[in-house]
Design a binder for this molecule. Sequence first.
Ligand code: ADP
Ligand code: HMS
Length: 561
Amino acid sequence: MAQQFAIGVDYGTNSVRALVVDLADGAEIATEVYDYCHGDAGVLVDAADPNLARQSPADYIEGFHAAVAGAVAKATQAAGFDPKHVVGIGVDTTGSTPIPVNAAGTPLALLDEFQDELAAQAWLWKDHTAYSEAQEITAKARDGGYPYLAKCGGAYSSEWYWSKIAHCLRTAPRVAQAAASWVELADYVPAYITGNQHPAKLARSICASGHKAMYHDAWGGLPSAEFLESVEPGLSRFRYDAKAVPSNKPAGRLCESVARQVGLPAGIPVAVGAFDAHMGAVGSGCGVGTLVKIMGTSTCDCMVAPLAQPLPDVPGLCGIVPESIVPGMYGLEAGQSAVGDNFNWFVKHLAPAEFGAGAEAHAALTAAAAKLRPGESGLLALDWNNGNRCVLTDPLLTGLLIGQTLYTTAPEIYRALIEATAFGALKIISRLEEYGVGVSEVIVCGGIAEKNPLVMQIYADVTNRPMKISRSGQTCALGAAIFGAVVGGAYPTVEAAQAKMTGVKSTIYSPISTQAATYAKLYALYQMLHDAFGTTDFHGSLSQVMKDLIAIRHDARRGAR
Ligand SMILES: Nc1ncnc2c1ncn2[C@@H]1O[C@H](COP(=O)(O)OP(=O)(O)O)[C@@H](O)[C@H]1O
Ligand SMILES: O=C(CO)[C@@H](O)[C@@H](O)COP(=O)(O)O
C-alpha cells in the first residue's frame, strides 16, 4: 500500500508552522514556518494601551498559503511523498482569538473600509483590553445565580470571547454594527480553507466554544440571550446556533482555490479546528494522568479524564470541557499567561547589550544563569507580567521582583524569572491534585521545551517531578495532523493514531534532590507573595497595590494625551 500522509498547521503567536507527517509512525517529512509580517512580530499593538494585542487576518491567509505550499514543496523532494496521498489536514491556533466577520464570513479587517481599524482585526488571545467586561460577566453570572462559571474555574477572563465582543460593542460601535458574527481563529482557518465561511454554516469547535465562550450542553449550549443582554445590549446578537463539535469531525474539504495555491489536490478532508495547546496535548501522546505542558509565549497545561467518571469543578482552572482534547474524554486546561514572554520582556527591554539580542541573548543569559545555584541570587519573582491566568484568573496582576541589591546581575534576574514561572507551574499542579486530579507524569512540548534545557531542569527541581519531552519538535502541528489522519479515515480513533505517531525523547530531566530542597523553601516564600499580592483573604493582604498602580498608570497616560 502507498504511504499515507497528513498535514498539521499550527498557528502560534508570531508565526504559523506547517508539518507533513508520515501516518505510519508520525515521522516528520517536511516543515515550513511563515513569520507573520504585520505589526511587531505579528502583533498589532497600541503604544497608549499595553493591554491591546491584535493580529491581521491577512497574516493567517498568507501564512496558510506560504507555510503549506512550502512544506508540500519540500515534502515532494522526499522519497515516497505524493500530494495525492495526503489523507487529511488539521489546524490548531491560539485562542481565544475571535475575528469580527461580515455576513459572508469575510473578516472585516480585509475590507477597505475597516483595514486600518484595530477593533476590526483579530483580537489576539493576549489582548486584555476587556478586563472590565470580564469582571462584569463574572459578577453578573455569580450574582445572578447563572451556572456558566462552573466549568471555567469560577471567573471569566478578559482573554475570552464574550469579554472581547462586549468591549468592542462599547468602544468601537461601528465595527460591532458591521459584524454579522465573531469567529474564533480556530474555526476561521478550517472555514476559509474549505470555503465554508458563512457564519451560520461554518463548524464551531467544542474546544473554542467550551473553553472560551461558556458553551456547555448542561445549559443547552451558549449562555442565554437574556444573560448576554444584561452584560451589554446587543451582545446576544453574536450567539450562534451551531452545535459545537470535536476535531475528529470534518469541517469540510479543501476547496479548489486554496488547493491550487498550496500544491495539493482539492477535496482533502479538513478536521474541525482546536487550540494549539489542546492539539499539542494530543501530539504529546496524552492519556489519563498525563499533564502536558505546552510551553512557549505562554504555557497551557492540558489533561484528559474519562467522561464516565465524576469530575469536580476545579476553581481557578480555565476550563473543563467534554471532548475538547480527545473525543470521549473531558479536556482540562490551565495555564500561565506569560512564560517565554517574561523571558522575552527581559531580553528586549532590560538585558545589557553585552548579551546580544533575541535568540543570542536568550542563549547567553541561559548559559550564565545555568552556572548559578538555586537561591544564591537572593531573588524571588512573581510571574505575572501578563496577568495571572491560573489559579487567580486576574489580568490586573503584574510582575514583581524582590531581593535585588547593587550587585544583582542580569543572569540572576533571568534565572529568577524562569524560577517564577516554575513556581506558577507548581501552583497549578497542586491545585489539580487538591481536587483529586492525579498527575502521574509530565510531558513538555512547545518552543521552550526544545530551546532551553535549563528551564526544563528548573521545572523538574521546583516541581520535584521528572520532565519528559515530547519527541516531535512540532508537537502542536503533529496533534493537528493526527486529527487530519482521523478525519481522513487513516485511523479509527485519536488514541489509535497517538499510539503509532507520538512518543517522548530519551532525555528526561529528573529532579536533583539538593536543588529541589532549596526550591521547596523558595516556593513557600513564593506562596506568600502570591497570596499577599493576589488574594484578599491573606492576613496583611497587599492585593490592592498592583491594581492601584494600574489605575494611576491609566490616569497618567490619559492625562498625557
Ligand atoms: N532560548 C530560549 N529560552 C527561553 N525562552 C525562549 C528562548 N528562545 C525564545 N524564547 C521564548 O519562547 C517564546 C516562543 O515560543 P514558541 O513555542 O516558539 O512560540 P509560540 O508560543 O508562538 O507557539 C517567546 O516568548 C520567546 O521569547
Ligand atoms: O490559551 C491558549 C489556548 O487556550 C493559547 O492559545 C494561548 O495561550 C497562546 O499560546 P502560545 O503560547 O502562543 O502557543
